[in-house]
Each structure stands twice: as C-alpha cells, then as structure tokens.
Design a binder for this molecule. Structure first.
Ligand SMILES: Nc1ncnc2c1ncn2[C@@H]1O[C@H](COP(=O)(O)OP(=O)(O)O)[C@@H](O)[C@H]1O
Ligand SMILES: [Mg+2]
Length: 348
C-alpha cells in the first residue's frame, strides 16, 4: 500500500510515563492533499506534527512515508519541511539569503540557487524583494518568505504549525487564500495545524478534529460541519444546540418532550442519542404552528442575522436561533426544524 504520502499507524505519545498526550492516532494522507489538524490548545496537534517531522519519537505506533517506515530517519533525511508560527527567519540575512539558506547547505550550484530563489519569489508574490532586510517586511511578507524557504527544498510534504497565528484577522484571511493557491501551484501535500475552525474549513480538503490526544472525526469540511459525529465536534465546529433524546423508531426522534421527524433510522429499540441543531437551521413560526413553543429572552443584532435566545416553555431549555427575522424579547414563538437539518448521534 504505497499510495499514501503519510500514514500514521496507531501513533501514541507519552512524555511522562502513562500520561498519554496522543492516543492511538490513525491518519492516512494522500499525495497533494491539504489536510488540517483542528482542535483546542493542548489536544496534541503540534506533537503530531513533530512526530511526523522527526523532532519527536512516537512512544508507540509507526509513521510511514510513501509506504515505508521513517521512524528511524532523522528530520533532515525526511522529505518533509516545517513552517512554524514564529517564522524564525535569520534577521541578519536579506530575503534572498534566507530563502537560499537550505540550498547553500546542500551545496547547490550558484546558478541553480539563483533560479530557484527567483521562482520562489514569484510564487510568493515578492518579486524584486531579494535585497530587502527581513525586519523591513510586514508580518505577512515575512511569513511568505518562511514558506518559500521551506518550499525551496522541494519537500514532498510541508507541515505548517499555526503559521498565520501571529497575523491580524484581515491579513490572515488574505494569507489563507494565498496559501491555498501556493499549495495548488506546487502540488505537494500540506499538513496544516490550527485551532481556528473557520480557517480549517476554508482551506482544507479534509479536516481532522482532535480532542485530548484523540481523533474525533476526519472528513471533508462540509461533512464535518453538516454531519458532526460526536457532541465535541458539533460544539467545536460552528455553533449548535445540543439536546439529549431518544430514537423510538425510524425517522422519529424524541427530545424536549416532543417528537420530531428526522432522516435517521433508529439504531436499536429506544436508543439514547444526542440531537444537534444548528442555530441557523431553526425555523421560527407563529406560536402555535411550531413543535416547540418558546419565549424570546434576548435578541442581538449580529450584522448578517439576529441571534435570539429562546426558552422552551416545555422544559425551560434554551435554544440559540439565527434568523434574519427579528423577534422581540417577551414574544412567544413556535420552533420547528426541517427533518434533514436534525443531526443525530449515539449517546452512551
Ligand atoms: N516536551 C513536552 N514535554 C511534556 N509535555 C509536553 C511536551 N510537549 C507537549 N506536551 C504536552 O502535550 C500536550 C499536547 O501538546 P501540543 O501537542 O503542543 O498541543 P497543541 O499543539 O494541540 O496545542 C499538552 O498537554 C502539552 O502540555
Ligand atoms: Mg501547538
């Protein structure tokens, strides 16, 4: 099975005895894929990258590169380069010298270096910046130089650990588009790390949601968003209303004391489930036309929509609702949800 670029086989890591920060990670990444590890701080994203890069050894499991174990290869013998959040450019060198650094070490002939650096500068849209000092560049430009410096070595895989974390929001968004373009142009595998769900959903072919050293779900951005497999994913990706419920028969779920049509089959007789409803998927109706009756507690204008907190009169549980239609606090409204917008996952 040589077709995977990177294949993590049951990778676990404990820095201290029996304290597992990675627990049985299985992850297969294809050639040219843009895969993102997404999860809260401390969930093990950086450790995973460091194991793939060779800066850290797995306690258990193996790392395959194009089908072969690279467990015992030092970092510089892996066809993998890393870009960190802190760009760590050499401050005493200009842009050209920074990008050429790895090539000089490999003793690439001068003309070769000239050409490759030039190609890189054009790739990162910094033509003519050869002689510029690093500190005279903006944060976004410095990060592009850091990416060029990694790509000039022609790795087959680029690891990027929160590379845009230090940039302000506007610049980050521009760089997200830029990075995606660069990845498509060079046509290599990117393994990207972020704790920012929007960033992950925007850039990736597939997203790997991690929590406490484990993989919660792997999927395309649409699937992760629309079909979260665990309550953690549902809460971490976007916003959601989470209820405890029961499936009593096919296409019918009970929660909040009511029955809702859904498109899921009962997994077993009276199976306990979690029910997830996105705020934007809640439909407001007249007070008696909904399945649930609720009282509007708060209404906040959010630019694109109103965010309303609505307390169910059934069991006092609050629903978060996004709608372009404004309802006034104190008003009693009806709530319904289209069957295919109700997401069911197993509980217990
Ligand atoms: N060198 C280390 N020694 C001990 N514990 C570490 C070391 N590196 C990371 N950890 C711990 O491993 C866990 C995962 O860390 P990390 O991979 O950096 O998470 P993330 O990048 O997702 O924020 C954290 O609890 C962190 O404290
Ligand atoms: Mg990290």
């Amino acid at each position: 099975m040589g077709e995977y670029m990177i294949d993590l086989k049951g990778v676990s890591k404990a820095f201290r005895k029996d304290q597992w920060v990675l627990d049985d990670i299985h992850l297969s990444i294809l050639e040219k894929e843009f895969v993102t590890l997404l999860g809260p701080s401390g969930c093990g994203k950086t450790t995973t990258l460091r194991i793939i890069g060779g800066f850290e050894a797995a306690t258990r499991g193996d790392v395959l590169f194009e089908g072969k174990s690279i467990r015992d290869l030092p970092p510089y013998e892996r066809q993998i380069n890393t870009v960190f959040q802190k760009y760590a450019l050499f401050p005493h060198m200009n842009v050209f010298e920074n990008i050429a650094f790895g090539l000089n070490i490999k003793r690439v002939p001068k003309e070769g270096i000239q050409k490759k650096v030039k190609d890189m500068l054009s790739l990162i849209d910094l033509k003519g910046f050869e002689k510029r000092r690093v500190h005279s560049l903006s944060g976004g430009q410095q990060q592009r130089v850091a990416i060029a410096r990694a790509l000039v070595n022609e790795p087959k895989v680029l690891l990027l650990d929160e590379p845009l974390g230090a940039l302000d929001l506007q610049l980050r968004k521009e760089m997200q588009v830029e990075l995606k373009k660069i990845q498509e142009q060079v046509g290599i595998t990117f393994l990207y790390v972020t704790h920012d769900q929007e960033e992950a959903l925007t850039m990736s072919d597939r997203v790997v949601v991690m929590n406490e050293g484990r993989i919660e779900q792997i999927g395309r951005p649409e699937d992760i968003y629309n079909e979260p497999k665990t309550p953690f994913v549902a809460n971490f990706i976007g916003e959601s209303n989470l209820f405890e419920g029961e499936m009593k028969q096919d296409n019918l779920v009970y929660f909040q004391g009511k029955r809702f049509q859904c498109v899921d089959k009962a997994f077993a007789d009276t199976e306990k489930v979690f029910v997830v409803v996105r705020p934007e998927d809640v439909e407001l109706t007249g007070k008696t036309n909904g399945i649930i009756e609720g009282e509007v507690l708060r209404t906040t204008f959010k630019g694109i929509h109103y965010e309303m907190m609505i307390k169910s009169l059934e069991d006092e549980k609050e629903w978060k609702v996004h709608s372009t239609e404004r309802r006034t606090p104190g008003e009693v409204v009806g709530i319904t949800v289209r069957p295919d917008l109700i997401h069911i996952m197993k509980r217990g």
